[in-house]
Design a protein around this ligand. Sequence first.
Ligand code: NAI
Ligand code: HPV
Length: 536
Amino acid sequence: MKVLVTDPIADAGIQRLRAAGHDVETAYDIEGEELLDAVKDANGLIVRSGTEVTDEVLDAADDLVIVGRAGIGVDNIDIEAATEHGVIVANAPEGNVRAAAEHTVAMAFATARSIPQAHERLQNGEWAKSDFLGTELNGKTLGIVGLGRVGQEVAKRLGSLGMNLVAFDPYISEERAEQLGAELADDLDACLEEADFITIHTPLTPETENMIGEEELAKLDGGYVVNCARGGIIDEPALAEAVENDQLAGAAIDVFAEEPVDPDNPLLDVEDVIVTPHLGASTSAAQENVATSAADQVMAAFRGEPVMNALNAPSMDESAFPRVRPYIDLAETAGKIAVQLFDDRVEEVDVSYAGDIAEEDLDLVTASALKGVFEPLEWQVNAVNAPRIAEERGIDVVESKSRSSEDFQSLVTVTVKNGDEEVSVCGTQFAGEDPRIVRIDGYRVDAIPHGHMLVARNEDVPGVIGFIGSTLGDHDVNIAAMFNARETIGGEALSVYNLDEAPSEEVLESILEDERIINVSHISLNGTVDADTSDD
Ligand SMILES: NC(=O)C1=CN([C@@H]2O[C@H](COP(=O)(O)OP(=O)(O)OC[C@H]3O[C@@H](n4cnc5c(N)ncnc54)[C@H](O)[C@@H]3O)[C@@H](O)[C@H]2O)C=CC1
Ligand SMILES: O=C(O)C(=O)COP(=O)(O)O
């Protein structure tokens, strides 16, 4: 597989991919046509914050399976578009948390004690001791906006250095805040009013964009601002002006609305605003962590395994994966068979689980069943975008679970239906990952789901099976296996054939000409479909 890396990541990540036999191409600082060209044949793309992964980029990347973000923030990736394209987006949410928290602490001290300014003066030969009278963090109140992973690490560090903590985060529990020794503010204004320092740790989202403007900064009167989260959350000109006019004592900024930062950005012009070029995650330990994590996730996606930190695909506990994996393929197969047997518009897909499998987390299995249902009808579908496709088309998806499973350890049944008709296909796994279809529309069968299959419904009278067999033989279509099932003697029967090759239209028509045959369908499990049996 080819993995394109467009922002510098630690060598450990690249080596891990290469050791697994993947072809890694690094192309840093590319954009526009050059990026569109480079991504064309990539199966995996690894980025940091420097690459804008837009709809256009995803459109150009025909073979892309996953975008791995070697870091936390994914505001540079169009996740909606990735989902539309069936591309997984996964980040590395753990590896640089401590680095980002430490940088925040360093920036808080640096602005409170004017370290960069004093350093510069001294380097220029000036002993400006009396110009710098700093502020102690001890005893001051820190307002934390966003008490997630990084925010909590900052709380622990600065709390232990004597700061009082107040936090604003509408999505965090009172209990968690209490454990950290932080008072939870009712709203942003209350947090700003209480704080001497504020530090931002929310992601950049439509909700947080420009969350802190002139009015909010006025509430921090005389305080300090630290932003090591994302540019765009604080209004940059308003912040520059507030510090310039001494309404604020200082600010420490690691991130900018536009990066690399424009030399004309007003924040670069204010003495008491200290800046770093987005260095929060830039420690060797953090970079090694996030690069190897991104590489691991890319490789899991290539293997068709759940991607631990996928942001737009069902993820799964690693320990459950070996138990669930055989049912992922089985559900997809059952979905493919059901939809090819269904001669009508699909309005609902029911996926039901019985027996041991019903104990597991099955989001990924249900998504795979949907993939099976849609694959014959859709150009590019996978477990990432299949639930979205169902939603967009107004197709109801119903998942149900039951502990009892008749004679089988575990059963997965996929039913496609509309108000009038339904077809259900039920499968199981025998020991050693041996998939079987054990029921089609209520008929008990024992069919191996593989390659090309023929499913016929006929009157249960002598000679029909022989007729189908000889018609296939007359057209040089070899039967590898067959199974016949019936409800009552002389009623209707259903037979399933495994064929060595696809039967032609002509064969199907010849079979159907016999009045004892009620219907016949060619099922392809290779992705191609007999036009007569699909209905879009
Ligand atoms: N400067 C740098 O190099 C780095 C920057 N970051 C930035 O830090 C951000 C936070 O990272 P984590 O803590 O790992 O994310 P997280 O998802 O663990 O925490 C984010 C917190 O923000 C809260 N939040 C969301 N919307 C909010 C709102 N409107 N008001 C208040 N709180 C809100 C969430 O409830 C959550 O608790 C990342 O999204 C990234 O942009 C992360 C790592 C390094
Ligand atoms: O992980 C994050 O969110 C960061 O902001 C780090 O960004 P970077 O990988 O250094 O471009």
